[in-house]
Design a protein around this ligand. Structure first.
Ligand code: DGT
Ligand code: CA
Length: 568
């Protein structure tokens, strides 16, 4: 999509300006524009045609002109000129987490390094230490960053996978020969990262479907085209596999291609014990297919089990629980009554509180909390006392006008020791306070744990945002002693967040399940900075389902009245 290409240009522009030491406000403006464009669901071409480019948050007159130029000519002259002012390899180095503009320039100027491979080689050989001020620690950081870049090339975040799959399923679904269609694999299980997308179609005209599949506009290259299976790579670099099966074996094929592989192996063992054979073509008894045309539900029944939701199919206890009829009654999207973490234009959000509130109201929410950043987070426009007073007054006004209830909140910075930047008095005035770590990620496990426990003990902090700091392809989670942390959260009644943001999903499935077992209340929220991001909640709910959570484990399934009773 054009949107993504232009966003990429703006992002690169910001990086180049950073290398050149240009004005920070200008740099920030390009970054914001890039973020904004990535979240626009409509095609920019349509928006341009209708003269609405300047209505996109973060897009002013100059940037709108650049977008028009790209739509018209496929290039932006000023950008091409800017690119010429720095060596090409520098941009590649900048894509590595932990390599900022200064380091990139140093690596290039002093060691003539201009690609990731060479950098990796130098770092492994300890040759970067020759640079002024470079220590072993820097080298290790760079190698870790390179690992993340490599991982990011192998797998994608759930949001990217979901978007691509939806696009393909939507297009193929209109094909007259498609009788049934569903995306399987790790995407259907809503795993936090996905390697490739597996789409399954039921049809008796597979060749026709394959011919049209490889011609879809989003396809960049065809890895293989066969009569019943084809693979393509999209312009975004996503691999999509399509399999076409007979309608009679759609259920068993969907079950097989949903996986996980470990779950399937266990199911086949269960089948054998019952004198049956399970395959992607059905359930067989003495060579005779007794499940032809069956749904997944019916196949599980033949195996003596209730239906197992895709999110649970990881061989992490679900087979045993199913055998005992003890599967959890998983939380559903409809159970969510409000979103407790989002940003408005008061800090670094892209929409006014009113716009965001109206969108949340449309989703049927009873309440939302605007948790804009606190005073010390200057890069995100953290609020001073004056701004807080203004914001509070505006919330009071909106609460009189709108049906949805707006909570006056903050995402307060936790410093290196877990202390907050607002005073107790200021904190006591919020309806909800979320504590968050945005710096000092490299602290020792002990120190981070202490910091988080200190936040739990703070009587004003109701919840901790994205508790492990993991950000897909940017940084790994910091190390935490989860037993101690979860105990503190449980004992103090501090909620822990499952951030629905697809590059975060933090707590993740494994940790959220442990937190629940430790008696911690979980909150599924989106950290939205855009209206469109409110829909990320589905990824948070899926993560909660993968963590075996039920409605009662998640605090924002409560009514506002109940929520206010259980929070600190
Ligand atoms: P990923 O790595 O995120 O793509 O994960 P999946 O689970 O989508 O794995 P994928 O794409 O290799 O295969 C799709 C499904 O096919 C997998 O979930 C389970 C099913 N399957 C069943 N038996 C096997 C097997 O022996 N090998 C593999 N690779 N897949 C199998
Ligand atoms: Ca897959």
């Amino acid at each position: 999509m054009l949107n993504k290409q232009i966003a990429e240009i703006f992002r690169k522009t910001a990086q180049i300006l950073e290398i050149k030491g240009d004005n920070p406000f200008k740099i920030r403006a390009y970054q914001r524009a890039a973020d904004s464009l990535e979240n626009v669901n409509e095609d920019l071409e349509d928006i341009e045609r209708q003269g609405r480019l300047c209505q996109i948050p973060g897009i002013g007159h100059d940037l709108a002109q650049m977008i028009s130029e790209f739509i018209g000519y496929g290039a932006i002259k000023s950008y091409d000129e800017l690119k010429q002012t720095i060596p090409e390899g520098l941009l590649e180095l900048l894509s590595i987490p932990g390599v900022g503009p200064k380091t990139a320039k140093l690596l290039y100027d002093q060691l003539k390094i201009s690609d990731i491979q060479t950098l990796e080689k130098y770092a492994k050989e300890g040759r970067l230490q020759a640079l002024p001020g470079f220590k072993v620690k820097h080298e290790e950081n760079i190698l870790r960053g390179i690992e993340l870049v490599k991982k990011g090339m192998e797998r994608m975040d759930l949001g990217t996978a979901y978007r691509s799959a939806q696009k393909f399923v939507g297009i193929l679904n209109k094909h007259p020969a498609v009788k049934r269609i569903e995306a399987g694999g790790s995407l259907r299980r809503m795993k936090e990262t996905v390697r490739d997308i597996d789409i399954l179609v039921a049809s008796n005209k597979p060749r026709e479907i394959m011919d049209d599949f490889v011609k879809i506009k989003e396809v960049k290259s065809v890895l293989g085209q066969g009569p019943t299976k084809s693979s393509v790579v999209t312009k975004e670099g996503v691999q999509v596999d399509l399999r076409v099966v007979d309608e009679k074996s759609f259920g068993s094929a969907l079950m097989y291609f949903t996986g996980s592989k470990a779950h399937n192996i266990r199911l086949r063992q269960v089948a054998i014990k019952k004198g049956l054979k399970l395959s992607e073509y059905g359930v067989f008894k003495k060579e005779k297919n007794i499940a032809a045309g069956f749904s997944e539900k019916e196949i599980y029944r033949l195996l003596g089990m209730p239906y197992i939701e895709p999110e649970l199919r990881e061989d992490s206890g679900e087979i045993e629980a199913a055998a005992k009829q003890k599967l959890p009654d998983l939380i559903k999207l409809e159970d969510i009554k409000g979103d407790l973490h989002m940003h408005s234009t008061y800090s670094d959000g892209n929409y006014s509180m009113e716009d965001m509130a109206l969108a949340a109201e449309k989703k049927g929410y009873e309440y939302i909390a605007f948790t804009d950043h606190s005073i010390s987070l200057k890069v995100a426009n953290g609020l001073d006392l004056h701004a807080l007073a203004k914001k509070r007054a505006e919330i009071e006004k909106l609460n009189k006008e709108l049906k949805i209830k707006i909570l006056f909140g903050t995402e307060v910075e936790l410093d290196a020791d877990g202390k907050t930047d607002y005073s107790d008095k200021v904190l006591s005035e919020f309806d909800i306070v979320i504590g968050a770590i945005h710096s000092g990620f490299r602290q020792s496990k002990q120190r981070v744990t202490k910091r988080l426990i200190k936040a739990c003990l703070n009587r004003h902090i109701d919840m901790i945002a994205h508790p492990t700091g993991r950000l897909w392809t940017v940084r790994e989670a910091y190390e935490v002693d989860f037993t101690a942390f979860f105990k503190a959260a449980g004992d103090t009644g501090t909620f822990l967040e499952i951030s629905s943001f697809p590059t975060r999903l933090d707590l993740n499935d494994v940790n959220a399940r442990r937190a629940k077992e430790a008696g911690v209340g979980l909150a599924i929220s989106t950290d939205s900075h855009h209206i469109e991001q409110l829909d990320y909640v589905k990824f948070g709910v899926a993560t909660a389902r993968r963590a075996w959570l039920t409605k009662k484990d998640v605090v924002n399934t409560l009514s506002l009245k109940e929520l206010m009773k259980v929070k600190k």
